[in-house]
Design a binder for this molecule. Structure first.
Ligand code: SAM
Length: 257
């Protein structure tokens, strides 16, 4: 079992080999209010709903289930395979489009109704320039009045330790469970995951992966939005509408073109 995998964009990632485990745990797991937050935005969208770094389509599935045409991109082909499987089961009368594309090469169709960047996706940008370019493209491809929605941890968020997560059947037999721990590395939070698989013969193997999330401040994000001519419409601490206040370490933000 390889200890880590390389993603399409060259960084070490857990998604190629272990995306199935992430998906098994997260597909139907939404934070309080998160499902309705995305459903309400998708229902109101006038145009295609796009999500760069869409993973296995956890959030795009909400929009497609509501009859919205969706466009998703991800750097990792294995995640797109999972997304294709999920989206294909929903509303066959509604088109969906999935492309292999890194955030640095974000190139969605024109006149989008809604762009989604959930679960720290903006923190997957390599640096300030890449985030600014991403926001400029979001603004350029949104239709007038189109919306951007994102959520992320801010730099002072406490480092997390998931503890041992529930085990899932491994595709090759046996069962896998994982533990995710975050540590700081310069301007990045490194999420170190250990996947422990107990084979059908009782043999235990471990694989380690690392995923890096950049420390993005609210001021960096809002400068990029302002430079892109996007107006912030909601700045909350959660998906339930609780207003964000200085010192809060989570952010749920919407902006309009
Ligand atoms: C935690 S998953 C989130 C998926 C989805 N946004 C969600 O909310 O369920 C992170 C995804 O980002 C993708 N990813 C990581 N870095 C990326 C990059 N630089 N460009 C595009 N996708 C990237 C990974 O392949 C993975 O599918």
């Amino acid at each position: 079992m390889s200890p880590t995998t390389e993603s399409a964009t060259g960084h070490e990632s857990s998604w190629r080999a272990w995306g199935w485990y992430y998906d098994a745990l997260s597909a139907a797991r939404f934070r309080p209010g998160e499902h309705d937050f995305h459903a309400n935005l998708a229902a109101a969208a006038r145009g295609v709903v796009a999500e760069p770094a869409c993973g296995a389509g956890r959030v795009l599935a909400i929009a497609k289930g509501l009859g919205r045409e969706v466009w998703g991109a991800d750097a990792e082909g294995a995640m797109l395979t999972l997304a294709e499987r999920r989206l294909a089961t929903l509303r066959p009368d509604v088109p969906h489009h999935l492309v292999r594309q890194g955030l640095a090469d974000f190139d969605p169709p024109e006149r989008l109704g809604l762009v989604l960047l959930p679960l720290d996706a903006v923190r997957l940008t390599a640096d300030r320039r890449e985030l600014a370019a991403l926001m400029a493209t979001v603004a350029a491809r949104l239709a007038a009045g189109g919306c951007l929605a994102l959520d992320m941890d801010l730099p002072d968020a406490p480092r997390r330790d998931s503890g041992w997560l529930p085990s899932q059947p491994h595709p090759d037999g046996g069962r896998t469970r994982a533990r995710v721990r975050q540590k700081l590395d310069g301007g990045f939070v490194v999420e170190e995951t250990v996947y422990r698989t107990t084979g059908d013969d009782g043999r235990v193997t471990e694989a380690w992966t690392e995923d890096r999330y950049r420390q993005v401040t609210l001021s960096e994000l809002e400068s990029a939005l302002q430079a892109a001519d996007m107006a912030v419409t909601q700045r909350c601490v959660d998906f339930l509408g609780t207003p964000w206040r200085p010192g809060d370490t989570t952010l749920v933000l919407t902006a309009r073109r």
